[in-house]
Structures are given as C-alpha cells and as structure tokens.
Design a protein. Structure first.
Length: 288
C-alpha cells in the first residue's frame, strides 16, 4: 500500500502541468471572448494523455495496484473523452453561447479528474494505516450537530431539510477528524439522493456496547442489484436529479474509517422508504 500511495502521489504530480495549462486556457477564454483555442489546449491534452499512459505503464504488472489501474483507467475514459471532444470543437470559430458551454464542460471534467485523484490519495493514505495514533473521546452530539451545520447551506440549495437527533452523553473512542469526514460523506450522499422538499435525519443512539450513527434519506433507496456493491471502489449510482455519478470512492473511504475504529459501516433501505447508512462503533465507556 505504501508503494501504491507513492505512485498515486506521482500521478497527482504528473497531471498538475496539463491541468494547469487547461486552467490557463479556460481563464484566457473567459477573459477574451473572441480568443480562439491555440496550441495551449492541444498541448495540455497531449500532456494529460501522456501522464496517464506513463502512470499506467509504470504500474503494469504490479499485482498490488492492478485493481486501481483497471478501475482508474475505466473511470477516466469518460472525462478524458469529454475534454477531447470539447477541445476538437473549439479548434474552429464558435459562437459565444456554444463556446461557453464547451468551456464549462471542460471545466467540469477537469474538476472531475482532480476530485478523483484527490479521493484516491485520501483512500490510499487511509488504507496504509493499521491503527489510529491518538484516540480521544469524540462527543457524538457535537459531531452530528457540526456536520449538519456545515452541510445545511448545501441542503438548502437543494430544498432538503437536515435534522440532527443525538442525545447528550454519547461518545466513542476515535479520531474526531476522520469521523467527521466519514459522517460528512454519508450526509452528502443522503442530500444528493433526496428529492426537493424531503428531509434527512442524522442520529446517534446506544446499541448495546456500541453506538450507532445513522443517516436516513427519503430518496429512491438502493436498488437490489447495488446493495452488495455500494462499498466497492469506484462503484457509484447516478444521482436522481442530475444523472451524474460521483467518484465512487466516498463509501470506501467511510468503510476504511469505520474499520480503523473497530466498527462497521453499512448501507441499506429503510422499511418506510429511502436509504439508511449506519456507522456502528464501540461506545466510549465500553472501550476503556
């Protein structure tokens, strides 16, 4: 895993230059409405392709990285094809409205690639860890209320109401930063799959010697065919409102965090509709 982490870091370095060139092109295009794509964009495209080819060839034959190579190659086909298509169309003079649409598409796909690489680095770094370095009591009322408060503006834009119901006194041994990241992933997922006007409930309750943190939405739920795959790397379902997929790494990240805390992450369907994600972790009192 350590070797894989180093190679993922190398990937992020390799794509900095081509993504930077594309960003320069986008800034130039926006600031000068009549500018035509120059060799800058074509050079960026060539460098981006070369970077991924070099990374893929570097990892070829390394069994520990085979899963990442195959999955990442598959995931990058769509954004790279979209960037190439838009770049080809922009080689010729284009009216302002479609030109801005093509530029917006390139911007979105560049961000998608960057998000994917960033997520991979986070996940590989987490998988490298075997234990948590510094454990401390994490108060779950503060955790759930804090995550809900931070994501409330996002939920409001979508017309979704976030509700936090966690009693005082519940705590777990753990890393507050990692637990916040895990819960943020789960709540963001719930928002993404919620229809306008729906609510998302975030709660924590004692369950024997454990604590169960749950996030329930009122969306379409998880299809039967996806129930056994939702925690796989790169597996993602289309968002109901946009039809777009995420990086497919968020739930893998959540699972790794749960396992580091000697806990379990799960995602299923609620009997009354919608999906419910849970983090089951050893309670603070039971961990001492």
């Amino acid at each position: 895993v350590a070797s894989l982490l180093l190679l993922l870091v190398a990937l992020s370095v390799w794509i900095v230059r081509p993504l930077g060139l594309i960003a320069d092109f986008l800034r130039l295009t926006r600031s000068e409405g009549t500018v035509r794509p120059s060799r800058l964009l074509r050079r960026a495209w060539s460098l981006l392709q070369a970077a991924f080819r070099e990374w893929r060839d570097t990892l070829a034959g390394r069994s520990y990285a085979e899963e990442y190579v195959q999955a990442l190659t598959h995931e990058l086909k769509s954004p790279l094809s979209a960037i190439r298509g838009a770049a080809e169309l922009l080689r010729e003079p284009v009216p302002d409205e479609p030109r801005q649409r093509f530029v917006a598409n390139i911007t979105e796909q560049v961000q998608r690639i960057q998000d994917l690489v960033d997520r991979l680095l986070q996940l590989a770094s987490l998988e490298k860890r075997r234990t948590l370095d510094e454990l401390q009591p994490v108060r779950l009322r503060e955790l759930t209320d804090g995550v809900v408060a931070s994501l409330d503006p996002v939920a409001q834009v979508k017309g979704v109401a976030l509700q936090s119901r966690t009693p005082e006194g519940l705590a777990v041994w753990g890393d507050s930063f990692l637990l916040r990241q895990a819960l943020t992933n789960l709540v963001q997922n719930a928002i993404d799959f919620s229809p306008r006007g729906a609510s998302v409930d975030v709660a924590a309750n004692l369950a024997g010697r454990d604590v169960e943190i749950s996030v329930r939405d009122r969306g379409p739920g998880v299809p039967d065919f996806a129930l056994d795959r939702v925690f796989e790397k790169f597996y993602s379902l289309r968002r109901p409102d946009t039809g777009k997929k995420s990086t497919g790494l968020g739930l893998s990240f959540v699972r790794e965090i749960a396992q580091l805390h000697r806990g379990v992450a799960a995602l299923g369907n609620h009997p009354e509709g919608g999906a419910v994600a849970t983090l089951r972790l050893p309670a603070f009192a039971a961990s001492r």
